[in-house]
Design a protein around this ligand. Structure first.
Ligand code: TXA
Ligand code: MG
Length: 326
């Protein structure tokens, strides 16, 4: 999908007038609004049904705009921006006094990211200022990875939806907090802790492993969840699960990534997910959304490998099934 320069210009006009424009990023679709317009930002919270203390990420067209938002830009931030921007990394820094409290949830820090989807870059360049862009879904629902998923979430409530096709990455950005003494990863993403620590030249702490969950309020229990009851299950436990099902429990669907074959069962449907972490991430939300619409009694997802490259996926699967993050 390509959007014409005229469509981008119209979207910019809507944003300048305080309207809301959903746009594609390489991670998931964002619900964009002028980050310096309090009324516009308030509308974002209202339409998402998001609690006011859940801060938003400010999206930038280039790293030079960091100084418009951050009080100072530490060397670590420059290093990470150089290595990963444009791309799926969000950096939390101490905020400048002019940053609206509604953007930061009243905290003294602000989250910043430069996305790499060509339409997001064109939009941000033409707009010329920062855009808040939370994932374009209602609070606690699955993030949208296509323009049609955004329309399903919000119907006519949005002023404009820019269509950039299916998002390349498919999971939300990695969030690293550089506002304290030590860098801390607040949300795992497809840029791993290892990649970040290699660039910084030192190990980084991870808030989700050490249960320092208060810093990123969006990281609470039961996030990104389908409406249908959704469970994680180890591959070897699938046969015994199937053998205990009653008629009333059916139909169900099992989403598996491994190649093992399972006993066939009436009213048990199978969906194959990719066996590679990168392509699995790309498919996950789209698959969950599709399965959620098919009136299954429950969705069963095969637990994924324990390797580092599956970390962000494990985090989102735990949230989709109501388990605490890692
Ligand atoms: O990939 C992404 O980051 C997508 C695309 C659209 O850019 N956006 C996204 O935004 O996931 P959202 O609003 O769904 O998630 C933002 C996360 C929340 O968990 C929030 O708590 C955290 O960022 N966050 C924002 N500002 C923060 C801050 N100042 N300190 C700590 N966490 C912050
Ligand atoms: Mg979100």
């Amino acid at each position: 999908m390509t959007e014409t320069p005229n469509n981008i210009a119209q979207a910019v006009q809507i944003l300048r007038n305080g309207g809301l424009v959903a746009f594609p990023t390489e991670t998931v679709y964002g619900l964009g609004a002028d980050a310096s317009n309090e009324l516009a930002v308030t509308k974002v919270f209202q339409i998402k049904g998001r609690p006011a203390d859940h801060p938003l990420i400010v999206h930038l067209a280039n790293p030079h705009q960091l100084t418009d938002w951050a009080l100072d830009v530490p060397e670590n931030a420059t290093k990470l921006a150089k290595a990963f921007w444009p791309g799926p990394l969000t950096i939390v820094l101490k905020k400048r006094p002019n940053v609206l409290a509604c953007v930061t949830g009243g905290q003294d820090t602000v989250a910043l990211r430069m996305p790499r989807h060509p339409i997001a870059i064109k939009l941000l360049e033409a707009f010329g200022k920062g855009l808040v862009a939370p994932s374009a879904n209602r609070f606690t629902r699955i993030s949208p990875t296509t323009a049609s998923a955004v329309r399903e979430e919000f119907g006519q409530a949005l002023d404009w939806v820019l269509d950039g096709g299916a998002c390349e990455v498919g999971l939300e950005s990695t969030i690293v907090d550089l506002s304290g003494k030590q860098p801390v990863i607040l949300r795992p993403g497809m840029i791993s802790a290892k990649q970040i620590s290699e660039v910084l030249g030192k190990p980084v702490a991870t808030a989700y492993e050490e249960k320092i969950t208060t810093r990123a309020p969006g990281m609470h229990h039961l996030h990104y969840a389908p409406v249908t009851n959704t469970h994680l299950i180890k591959s070897q436990d699938i046969p015994s699960m199937l053998s205990t099902l009653n008629e009333a429990d059916l139909p169900i669907v099992c989403a598996v990534y491994s190649n093992v074959t399972f006993p066939s069962h009436k009213n048990v449907h199978w969906v194959k997910l990719p066996a590679q972490a990168k392509t699995y991430a790309h498919e996950l939300y789209r698959t969950l959304r599709a399965l959620d619409q098919q009136h299954y009694k429950s969705i069963w997802i095969e637990a994924v490998p324990e390797d580092a490259e599956w970390e962000a996926i494990r985090d989102r699967l735990n949230k989709a099934t109501g388990k605490q993050s890692l």
